[in-house]
Design a protein around this ligand. Sequence first.
Ligand code: WTA
Length: 654
Amino acid sequence: MSSATTNIESVLHEERVFPPPAEFSERAHVGSMEELEALRREARESPEAFWGRMAEGELHWFRKWDAVLKWEPPHAEWFVGGRINISYNCLDRHLQTWRRNKAAIIWEGEPGEQRTLTYGQLHREVARFANVLKRAGVERGDRVALYMPLIPELAIAMLACARVGAPHSVIFGGFAAQAIIDRVNDAGCKLVVTADGGFRRGSEVRLKDTVDEALKQTPSVKGCIVVQRTGSRVSMEAGRDYWWHEVIQTVADECPAEELDSEHPLYILYTSGTTGKPKGILHTTAGYLLQAHLTTKWVFDLREEDVYWCTADIGWVTGHSYVVYGPLSNGATVLMYEGAPNYPEPDRFWDIIQRHRVNVFYTAPTAIRAFIKWGEHWPLRHDLSSLRLLGTVGEPINPEAWMWYREIIGKAKCPIVDTWWQTETGAILISPLPGATPTKPGSATRPLPGVEAAVMSKTGQEAGPNEGGYLVIKRPWPSMLRTIWGDDERYRKQYWSEIDGVYFAGDGARQDEDGYFWIMGRVDDVINVSGHRLGTMEVESALVSHEAVAEAAVVGRPDELKGQGIVAFVTLEGERRATDELKEELRRHVAREIGALARPDEIRFADALPKTRSGKIMRRLLREIASSGGAVRGDTTTLEDFSVLERLRVQEEE
Ligand code: WTA
């Protein structure tokens, strides 16, 4: 990288501060800044004693560890010598308490049917499916692929895998056959669990057909278990395919949890890098559970009587840590919803919150921007008064979207937790604690106790206040990834070699004068204009703060004079017309909000932006369109809607 690209310029200014409401703090697990600082201090002064104390107090162990941490950079082992089982921690330990008959999962299908599983019932289903796994020849250490809709059986299958010590690899149900082939072969999975289909936006997503296609090219797979979800016709291959509801009848409903080593692999989850094949992020047992458990308790401030809803699909890490493992380990009541937020109407989420009296709601900025675009009359027609806490994750959230979330959904009374973390980190690392931390719209605030985050230059110098740089983590943490499955070299290179001795998150960030972190997004989403690096997100925030703009994506394109020029793809609010006057106005608006440096060279109106299935804007594609005149050569397999790309290209040719 040239010296011109080593500084990241941060230009977002945000002055609003919201202290935690007193009523909230009074009942919170961590109810004041003093308490939070005391925890931070304890963790900083003796990290191992801190994590040891947490592990002892919060989890059930078959055998206590001999050492809290063995750190041979870049490889960490946590709670060395301990024996533990996550499924036991999420289920069995609650059965010895009144939670036995508490709702663990309240599930709603997209067509509207509902199921509730108590902890006792969930335990029984998990034990049965664990026995099915064993009968199918799955042994400790064998990998199992789960390609399923968002139904309780997905959580059951994950917990059953954890119970017998078979690492699972959940493959998002929106992926196509090739993605299954790549992932199943990379991990060498022995078994695939799927369903006939699932429902999304009113139509059936036919999963088994896709699996059939994939299994032609996956030699390691010996069997396939199929949940009957939609009831549509599927083909079942004799000797390979079995119906879940049939095999479950043939086994006992008791299955003791295996006493696993703390470092036993729990799951592999594939995530895309900027180039090349997806990386299989490996998480192990004890450290992962500890941090997923603790962050769920602290950040979402769970109370026994809460209905907790994280809208993420379980195919992503957020669903692993904050739909399944974190909340169940805490004995929470978890709401699960199978389908789309706009089915049958754009108020499905608000309808669910009203009917189930949801208290804690955790979603993504991309969803919030969609709600804004659909209009506030949808949430306003529902009673959302049960909500007491709101969360967001996945991307930087623009201050304007944050304010909308606070006012329209939270009625200015719910704290918002903007949680920064990654598939690789396993659990939330930077976030407010809602009863303690004053929040600023657009900032994930400060690292949680035990997390030593910093902003550095490429050469490892810590940045000063408001100086942009790279987000790094300076010490190993319990839920960190252990390696990239089958590619330890890539693990070293990608995360531990960019800056000497620290974990390189791949995000640009700055810390303000209060030490608050402002995440600017991936460093590959950074544009360099005249030697100044700008977070694309900040330009987008400025655009979105204009009343005509619904959504914006900003990319760089080569520019002879400035290094890179800025191209903004913009979708407009409902009735707004795309005119040249509006283009000019938006360019001026950005210049006004951020500075002339950030004024887009070109604005393109689009009716939709290309997104991944998890809702992230695929800036890489836009970058190619912006710089190459329409041709897109890179990988488009994770694109949700191909026609968007077509329409953008056509516009190019006009
Ligand atoms: C981004 C999702 C700003 C970031 C849990 C990170 C965020 C990537 C935030 C990881 C946030 C996630 N503010 N950016 N609160 N949360 N990100 O692996 O760029 O799907 O590196 O994990 O999302 O995405 P992943």
